[in-house]
Design a protein around this ligand. Structure first.
Ligand SMILES: [Zn+2]
Ligand SMILES: [Zn+2]
Length: 681
């Protein structure tokens, strides 16, 4: 028996989570946790939301609310998503809590006291309008290399050049679009380089880590570890507990992982054993396992261990970091800003949690990036879950009800045939293989083994032609018993992967909900299904098939972009303030006269009535509208544009038209008669 402390990356509380997050960290963590419990290990599963940092303050500004409200809202949404997927932590905390403040400040003071910090003065952009220092990503401007207008302060997305915000031509604040000023500020830096040797030894000793994780971390060290700022100028976060750092808070990369510890402390308090957390965090026997996505590797494999080393305490270091790669969606990178994502809070309302878990485990991005395809999801649910797993269970149980009065028959093991012994032996081997795969964090392989049990079970029933046997005979009893034993063992082995279905099968077999909690993994092949007990007369299908139209609707939905609620802060540079939009004076205008401008194919000269007056507008719609077709139409114009001269004629406004992919223009108009000059809002 070992002691394990399992964590999953702290989800950021400024938006809901998507399936890529689940496949990347939470599902493998949950499967592993359930497996370790079944192995009889002393194991706890710890998580919580990451609740500080600039994106949360900006989200609050956008939603016209407070950061507290933002984190409260998303903590709840995220927690519910996990619950519905059956991802159950021993504790799910948050980093905006007293325990966490206290511990993080203590960590900072130790780093300071032990001589691992340096203070540096620097110049940084400051927005006087928003009254804040702007992080690099919240500054945009023209790229000095390629001239792209919307380059971010850290990188130009167009040409890929890495930038410093001061490189930008005409830098702007991405929150309010005003021009920021440069201000002096000072920051505390963590001198990571002091841990280079220690970290290298630590990482080199981790020979059983995934190569991607270990190699990536070692390559970071090879390049030389740079000092990293621990503090930032912000009013949302954990204040640095020293006088000379007033107005500064701890950088999230420093304090968030401490959340693993503070959440464990919170758990210990909740269960009424306030010191129990020490058995995990301060005991070198504990195996600390961090489940994360690949973007978190440097933080968990280098910076976090260094933070722990810098405490000069007895903290354990990560034992393993089985990081996953990324999951894409329909061949494209998941993008929260484009809403190219499947949100967990939505998918759990439409499909059974085990169907989602099953497919995500099959296509988990274990060694390379993978893909979620709706069609493939449907195929796996229909062909494997419904046709194979589900069909096996309902065949056996229905047969038991119809031919043996719902009673599990007593076998005569002495007269078991080869085929009976073989299927039971195969299952024993498969269960062992599943365990071996899970020990190596090979979840895809593990679930494929599980799938074999269902295949084997169906094949067994077909081979022995159970429906042809005479009830009451030894052969009938033996074959039926073995069939029930197969689905029973399958239900037990399913538990880490598909806990809901596992319990459902067991309940239909007459077991109570908590039975599974006493089952030890290594005993699965040995535990025999209760003989003589009566099963439930109501056999529910384990999984139902997903019809084509349901999946097609999902694909259609995905391709239609724009649920505003789900647009994250990543899109802030494209977003404009409502007040900004209100500055545009849109009016309904009635077209009184229209004529072609001589020498121009494209331009029409319009005289429009806007109630109080008439206006001349020069519009580039000559290739799409004849002058006579447009007279009498109510159109929408921008009324407060600076006059512009086109081909010698002055235009005092601009009309609105929609353009399709072929370049065809259709004028915007109003749905019914209205007084010319009416405001559009
Ligand atoms: Zn560029
Ligand atoms: Zn600003």
């Amino acid at each position: 028996m070992g002691r394990y402390l399992i964590t999953a990356a702290l989800p950021y509380a400024n938006g809901p989570i998507h399936i890529g997050h689940i496949a990347g960290a939470y599902l493998p963590a949950d499967i592993y946790y359930r497996y370790r419990k079944m192995k009889g290990d002393d194991v706890i599963f710890i998580c919580g939301t990451d609740e500080h940092g600039v994106p949360i303050t900006i989200r609050a500004m956008q939603e016209n609310t407070t950061p507290e409200k933002v984190i409260e809202k998303y903590h709840k949404i995220i927690k519910e998503s996990f619950d519905k997927l059956g991802i159950i932590f021993d504790n799910f905390s948050g980093t905006h809590r007293d325990i966490h403040f206290k511990l993080s400040q203590e960590f900072f003071l130790n780093v300071l006291k032990n001589g691992y910090t340096v203070v540096k003065e620097q110049e940084q952009f400051y927005c006087e309008n928003d009254k804040m220092f702007l992080p690099d990503r919240y500054i945009y401007g023209k790229c000095p290399k390629c001239g792209y207008e919307n380059a971010k302060g850290d990188q130009c997305e167009k040409c890929g050049t890495t930038l410093d915000p001061t490189d930008l031509i005409d830098p702007k604040c991405a929150i309010c679009n005003s021009t920021p000023v440069i201000k002096k500020t000072k920051h505390w830096y963590f001198v990571l380089s002091k841990f280079e040797k220690q970290l290298k030894e630590y990482l080199e000793s981790k020979k059983d880590w995934k190569p991607n994780v270990r190699d990536f971390a070692l390559s970071w060290i090879k390049e030389g570890l740079k000092d990293r700022p621990i503090s930032r100028d912000l009013n949302w976060g954990i204040p640095l507990p020293i006088e000379e750092a007033e107005g500064k808070v701890l950088y999230v990369w420093f304090e968030a992982p401490i959340g693993y510890i503070s959440s464990t402390i919170e758990w210990a308090q909740k269960i009424g054993q306030p010191d129990k957390w020490k058995e995990y965090w301060l005991n070198p026997e504990t195996k600390l396992i961090h489940f994360i996505g690949k973007d978190n590797i440097p933080f968990h494999a280098i910076i976090w261990p260094a933070t722990l080393m810098a405490q000069h305490g007895d903290w354990i270091l990560p034992y393993n970091i089985p990081a996953n790669e990324f999951m894409n969606l329909e061949g494209e990178k998941i993008s929260t800003s484009r809403n190219w994502a499947i949100w967990v809070d939505e998918i759990v309302e439409k499909f059974p949690p085990d169907a989602i878990r099953y497919y995500l485990c099959l296509v988990m991005p274990e060694t390379k990036d993978s893909n979620f395809y709706w069609k493939e999801f449907q195929e796996k649910v229909n062909e494997e879950l419904a046709n194979s797993f589900g069909n096996l269970v309902s065949r056996v149980l229905k047969f038991l009800n119809s031919k043996n009065n719902g009673v599990v028959p007593t076998p005569n093991e002495n007269s078991f045939e080869n085929i009976d012994l073989q299927v039971l032996k195969n299952i024993e081997e498969i269960v062992e293989s599943i365990g071996n795969s899970l020990e190596k964090f090979e979840f895809r392989e593990a679930i494929k083994y599980l799938r074999e049990i269902a295949f084997l079970g169906n094949k067994y029933i077909d081979d022995v032609k159970i429906w042809k046997l005479t009830p009451g005979t030894t052969e009938f009893n033996n074959k039926l018993y073995v069939s029930v034993q197969v689905i029973f063992s399958m239900a037990l082995a399913m538990y880490p992967f598909m806990p809901f279905s596992s319990v459902k099968i067991l309940k239909m077999l007459g077991y109570d909900e908590d039975f599974i909690k006493q089952v030890r993994w290594d005993d699965i092949p040995k535990i025999k299904v209760k003989i003589g007990s009566k099963i439930s007369p109501d056999i529910e299908p384990l999984f139902t098939k997903i019809p084509d139209e349901v999946i097609e609707k999902e694909i259609e939905n995905l391709k239609r972009i724009g649920q505003k609620e789900k647009i994250s802060i990543d899109s802030v540079e494209e977003a404009i303030d409502i007040d900004y939009f209100k500055k545009v004076d849109l009016r309904v205008a009635l077209v009184k006269e229209a004529e072609k401008l001589p020498k121009s194919k494209k331009l029409l000269k319009l005289i429009v009535d806007i109630g109080s007056t008439t206006k001349q507008i020069i519009a580039g719609i000559g290739e799409h509208y004849k002058p006579e077709d447009i007279v009498g139409k109510y159109i929408i114009i921008v009324n407060n544009l600076k006059p512009a001269t086109l081909m010698g004629e002055t235009s005092y406004g601009m009309l609105l038209a929609a353009k399709d992919e072929n370049g065809r223009l259709i004028l915007l108009t109003v749905d019914g008669e209205i007084t010319p000059g009416s405001k559009v809002s």
